[in-house]
Design a protein around this ligand. Structure first.
Ligand code: G6P
Length: 489
């Protein structure tokens, strides 16, 4: 037996995403950093294995001066974050343009931009060029951190070229890529002008992950149809090289919500909200203000419900939290006006001197406020037209241990595949159907509510973000990199 423990070096995990988990604001010569509590952040905080995690991503702010870049990089490095600095033109062409005006709508079945969605100075070609260039900058940033034995996990549609650029730098690098949005049917995907280049770039990764089995299947059929490679139960095979493709459904950190409900600050918010909405049932929507969330459709369904159910008009309030996002993209600006117009119309039509049926906010809530509003809600409405997963539905379930409220969930959200048995599933395009589901949810008997909640709660508390990250990382760790295989042969 050994007298002293054997020191094993901690394996390092380099996580690369478009955005860093901290946002930076300049204050004179200093930087103020704030941790954003997104799903990915809490997932990776919990990766159980012995990993030292480093983040590489866009700083999220334009820092043209070298001294500013230096001080920001130093402040971020203390938090395990390493920034990529993108100038305004690149952000416009890469992030606003190719990522959010081309890939995002395409992957969510909205389709490619018509001429009017492409500003005059931007062509698909020039945006694609900027996209590749930005991906190359991310690759350089990763490479400057990389040490032998590290594993690299690339995230999302912003970084589809990253695996390729990384492998070109070092073919032994172990690289995973995960998509957080849907991957659409190959019939939609194949309309993309530069469809093959993107697929080939992604296929250089060692492991490719999606939230649902359907997205993985769509990806494999896009590869077989467009590239002529072979689809196997394991993934995609091209000239003897297998790229593993699989589904890894993400979750949340349920404990964080469950514990928050026990804190004094959340309890006092709950009391305040209960008093404020006394005598009325509360319906809730929490979304980024994005066209894929189906916010206009949800409002129209609520309007129809009020039209048809006169008795409910002063007995229900609908709280919609709409968090502004990608505000430089024209489509998002148009959506904001559209939503405001519908809210105004409904409140004008059904409001009284003392109250209005929709309480609409164009901002995010602090975490403790969010937990409180989840907890007092009777019916949550998630009506995404398409959504990679939708973790709002999971957060709502985690906060409903007391009330056991009802979740109305779009069948086009990835979460429908995991919470389908506990939620009322709807087609958000069918406004009458959603309106009827609102009535069913508001009048549902306690026994059925308990049973549905039990099912969802079980799922949310067992399929956690930590389990998701653990599974992906250990599977990536177990894959044998093609370059190693060649030396073994
Ligand atoms: C989605 C994407 C993420 C993105 C997030 C917020 O969930 O899959 O990659 O970070 O939206 O969008 P934003 O463009 O503000 O980063």
């Amino acid at each position: 037996p050994h007298d002293f423990p054997i020191e094993r070096p901690t394996q390092r995990l380099l996580v690369v995403a478009n955005r860093l988990p901290v946002s930076a604001t300049r204050r004179g010569d200093d930087w103020h950093l704030e941790l954003s509590a997104g799903g990915l952040v809490s997932a990776l905080l919990g990766v159980k294995q012995n990993f030292e995690t480093r983040w590489i991503g866009w700083a999220g702010v334009n820092v043209p001066d070298e001294s500013g870049q230096k001080t920001l990089a130093a402040a971020l490095a203390e938090n395990g974050c390493f920034p990529v600095f993108l100038d305004d033109v690149t952000v416009d062409q890469y992030y606003n343009g190719y990522c959010n005006n081309v890939l995002w709508p395409l992957f969510h079945y909205i389709g490619l931009p018509q001429e009017d969605r492409l500003a005059a100075t931007r062509s698909l070609q020039s945006q694609f060029k900027a996209y590749k260039l930005a991906n190359e900058m991310f690759a350089n940033a990763v490479y400057s951190q990389y040490q032998d034995g590290d594993i690299v996990w690339c995230h999302d549609y912003h970084l589809m070229f990253l695996p390729k650029f990384l492998k070109e730098k070092n073919s032994r690098m172990k690289v995973g890529w995960f998509l957080h949005t849907p991957f659409p049917s190959s019939e939609i995907y194949r309309t993309l002008p530069l469809r093959s280049e993107l697929l080939k770039a992604v296929l250089t990764a060692d492991l490719i992950g999606f939230h649902t089995y359907d997205y993985a299947r769509h990806f494999v059929s896009a590869c077989t149809r467009i590239l002529g490679v072979e689809g196997t139960p394991e993934g995609v095979e091209d000239q003897g090289k297998l790229t593993r493709v699989a589904a890894f459904p993400i979750g949340i950190d349920p404990q964080r919500f469950i514990e928050a409900l026990e804190t004094d600050v959340v309890k006092s918010h709950i009391q305040e909200l209960r008093a404020r909405f006394a005598g009325r049932k509360v319906m809730l929507g929490v979304d980024r203000l994005d066209m894929i969330k189906g916010i206009p459709q949800k409002l129209l369904a609520f309007e129809k419900f009020l039209e048809e159910n006169i008795d409910w008009r002063d007995k229900v309030i609908f709280v919609q939290i709409a968090v502004p996002t990608r505000t430089d993209v024209y489509e998002y600006q148009r959506l904001t006006s559209q939503v405001h117009e519908i809210v105004g119309r409904i409140n004008g039509k059904f409001g009284t001197l003392t109250t209005v049926p929709i309480h609409h906010l164009d901002r995010s809530l602090a975490f403790h406020e969010l937990c409180a509003v989840y907890a007092i809600t009777d019916v949550a409405l998630v009506t995404s037209l398409r959504d990679g997963m939708n973790l709002v539905s999971y957060e709502f379930v985690a906060c409903q241990t007391q009330k056991k409220g009802v979740l109305i969930l779009s069948e086009f959200a990835g979460a429908a595949q995991s919470l389908g048995a506990g939620a009322i599933l709807v087609n958000p395009w069918n406004v009458s159907d959603v309106a009827m589901s609102i009535e069913d949810a508001l009048t549902m008997k306690e026994g059925e509510r308990n049973e549905r909640h039990r099912h969802n709660f079980m799922h949310v508390t067992t399929h956690t973000a930590q389990a998701w990250a653990d599974t992906f990382v250990s599977e990536l760790n177990d894959t044998i990199v093609e370059a190693e295989l060649r030396t073994l042969r």
